[in-house]
Design a protein around this ligand. Structure first.
Ligand code: AMP
Ligand code: MG
Length: 493
C-alpha cells in the first residue's frame, strides 16, 4: 500500500540559480566528520514554514545532507575592501542552498557559511569556527529584536573538525537566512568585467525581488527604473545606517561586498556595540585607520553607494554625461536623506512628537554633553534609557553617567520644554535596556567554545527582549568593567 511521501522540510524555489546563469558556480558543501547541533532558531524556522523536526538538523545544517530541492551555488562578487578594489571575492566559504517563500510571502535565501572551499576561496580554507558563528547568531538576533533589518541565523552546528587559525579552533557551520545575498560588490563584479548583459540581468532581478515598486507604471521612477532602483537602495541603506547609529552599532567592515542591496545588515564579523559615546570608536583589530569608526559610518554609506552608482551608469543612460549627471544628483541626495533618517531616530529616542526647527540642535546638544570635556563619553545605551526618568524631573539616574553633569543640567530644561505628555513611555519603547555588551558576548562565546552553552542561551534570552526592565538581569545592562578597556574584535566568522 502506498504511503503519502513525506512533505520535504523546505519548499525551495531557487530563482537566483534559475534566472541568473553565469552569475554563480554550482558547488557542494564539504563533508564534516561529526556534526552536532549547537543551536536551532525555532522561531525563524516557523516563520520560514519549515518543520525542523522533520529533518536531521545537524546533518542538513552542517552541509552533510543537501536537502531535497536545494541547488547549492557559490555567488560571484567583487568589492572594495578598506577602499581598495578586489575584482574577485565571491562565496569563498559560503553556499546559497536556495530560496524559500516565508509565511509573509517574502522570498528568503537559505545559505551555509563555513561549508568548505569553493572556486572563490583563493588562499582560504572555506571554514568557520564556533566562536564567530555563534557571534553572528547572537548579534543578528539582537539586531532583529531591536527592530533593525538583518540577516539571521537559522542554525549553528559544530563540525567536530578542528580549524587552523593562529591556534586550532573548533569548526562550525552557520545557516544564514537573508532577504538575499546580493551586495554592492555583486554589481561591481560584473561591471568590472564589462559584462553588461549580466549586470542588466542582475539589476532587473534585484528590482523584481527587492524593489518591484520602481518598475511599476504609476511611479515617477518608472521613467528611469535603474536610477529609481539606485535611489531606492540608497534610501534603505541610509535608513539602516541611521538605525545602527541610534543603537551605537559599529559594523566594523563596511566593505562594498558587505553592504546588501536589500538594506539588511549583513556579515557580522568584527562588529560591536559602543559603550561610551565617542564618534572615533573602533573595535576591529584590522581597522588601523579608523575608516569604519562609529562616526564615519554615514560617510562610508555614501562612499559605498557611489561605487554602486558607478556600476549602474550604463543602465541609467546610454549617454555617459547624462548618466553621470543623473547619478551625481542622486548621490547628492543621500546625505540629506541620511540626516533626516538620523534625526527621526533621535527624535524618537528623545521622546519628541512632531518635527520642530530646534530638534537637530537639541539632539546635538545632548551629544555634545555626552562627549564630555576630556573624551570620557557617557554610556550611549544607558544615557537614553535613563533619560526617560528625567522627563518628570528626576535626573539622579542619568547624571552619574556624565563626566561633566553641568552640561547635562543646562540641556535638560531645553529638552523638557519640548516634551509632550507620554514621553517616558515612548522613550522606553525605543531605547533598549540591553544591547550585546562586549564583555557579555565574549564571556558567552568563551564558555560555548569550551562546551558550555548555558551563558550563551541566557544572554540570547535577554537580548530577545531588549526593551524590558527585568529584575535579576541588571548585570546584562551594564557597560564593561574598566578592566575590559581596549577591547578588540577580529574578522573570523
Ligand atoms: P568577509 O570578511 O567575510 O566579508 O569575506 C571577504 C571575502 O573573503 C569573501 O570573498 C569570503 O568568501 C572570503 N573569505 C573569508 N574567509 C574565508 C575562508 N576562511 N576561506 C575562504 N574564503 C574566505
Ligand atoms: Mg563578507
Amino acid at each position: 500500500m502506498d504511503t503519502a511521501p513525506a512533505r520535504p522540510a523546505f519548499r525551495f524555489d531557487n530563482s537566483y540559480a534559475r534566472d541568473l546563469p553565469g552569475l554563480y558556480v554550482e558547488s557542494r558543501p564539504v563533508r564534516v566528520p561529526a556534526p552536532r547541533l549547537l543551536r536551532l532558531n525555532r522561531a525563524l524556522a516557523e516563520e520560514l514554514g519549515l518543520d525542523p523536526d522533520s529533518l536531521d538538523a545537524a546533518a542538513v545544517f552542517s552541509g552533510n545532507v543537501v536537502p531535497e530541492g536545494a541547488q547549492p551555488i557559490a555567488q560571484a562578487y567583487a568589492g572594495h575592501q578598506f577602499g581598495g578594489f578586489s575584482p574577485q571575492l565571491g562565496d569563498g566559504r559560503a553556499l546559497l542552498l536556495g530560496e524559500v517563500i516565508d509565511r509573509h510571502g517574502q522570498r528568503r535565501d537559505i545559505a551555509l557559511k563555513g561549508s568548505g572551499r569553493t572556486v572563490f576561496s583563493r588562499g582560504g580554507d572555506g571554514k568557520a569556527t564556533v566562536g564567530p558563528v555563534l557571534r553572528e547568531y547572537l548579534i543578528g538576533e539582537a539586531m532583529q529584536a531591536l527592530g533593525i533589518p538583518t540577516t539571521r541565523a537559522l542554525a549553528a552546528v559544530a563540525t567536530g573538525a578542528p580549524v587552523l587559525r593562529e591556534v586550532e579552533l573548533p569548526g562550525a557551520v552557520l545557516t544564514r537566512v537573508a532577504a538575499s545575498h546580493i551586495r554592492v560588490g555583486t554589481f561591481q563584479f560584473f561591471a568590472a568585467r564589462g559584462e553588461s548583459d549580466k549586470l542588466r540581468a542582475l539589476a532587473d532581478y534585484s528590482i523584481a525581488r527587492h524593489y518591484p515598486e520602481v518598475a511599476g507604471p504609476d511611479l515617477a521612477g518608472a521613467a528611469n527604473p535603474y536610477l529609481a532602483f539606485f535611489e531606492a537602495v540608497a534610501a534603505r541603506q541610509a535608513a539602516l545606517v541611521a538605525r545602527w547609529m541610534a543603537v551605537g552599532f559599529i559594523h566594523g567592515v563596511m566593505n562594498t561586498d558587505n553592504m546588501a542591496i536589500s538594506g539588511e545588515t549583513i556579515d557580522y564579523g568584527p562588529c560591536a556595540f559602543m559603550d561610551a559615546y565617542d564618534p572615533g570608536t573602533v573595535f576591529s583589530s584590522i581597522d588601523h585607520t579608523g575608516r569604519y569608526a562609529y562616526g564615519n559610518q554615514p560617510l562610508i554609506l555614501g562612499w559605498n553607494l557611489a561605487r554602486l552608482a558607478e556600476t549602474l551608469l550604463g543602465l541609467i543612460d546610454a549617454d555617459e554625461d547624462r548618466a553621470v549627471a543623473l547619478a551625481t544628483a542622486a548621490l547628492e541626495r543621500i546625505m540629506p536623506l541620511y540626516r533626516a533618517e538620523w534625526l527621526g531616530q533621535m527624535r524618537a529616542k528623545l521622546g519628541l512628537v512632531g518635527e520642530e526647527d530646534g530638534d537637530l540642535a537639541l539632539a546635538e546638544g545632548l551629544l555634545a554633553a555626552m562627549a564630555g570635556p576630556g573624551g570620557e563619553g557617557a554610556d550611549w545605551t544607558l544615557t537614553f534609557r535613563r533619560l526617560s526618568r528625567a522627563v518628570a524631573g528626576d535626573a539622579r539616574a542619568v547624571r552619574p553617567l556624565f563626566a561633566d553633569p553641568a552640561a547635562l543640567d543646562a540641556w535638560l530644561p531645553r529638552w523638557r520644554a519640548r516634551l509632550a505628555p507620554g514621553a517616558a513611555a515612548r522613550m522606553d519603547a525605543v531605547n533598549p535596556v540591553t544591547i550585546p555588551r562586549n564583555h557579555m558576548v565574549e564571556g558567552a562565546l568563551g564558555a560555548a567554545v569550551a562546551g558550555d552553552m548555558a551563558p550563551f542561551e541566557a544572554l540570547l534570552g535577554v537580548l530577545e527582549a531588549p526593551f524590558a526592565d527585568r529584575p535579576g538581569f541588571e548585570a546584562y545592562a551594564l557597560p564593561a568593567p574598566a578592566s575590559f578597556a581596549g577591547y578588540r574584535t577580529f574578522c573570523g566568522t
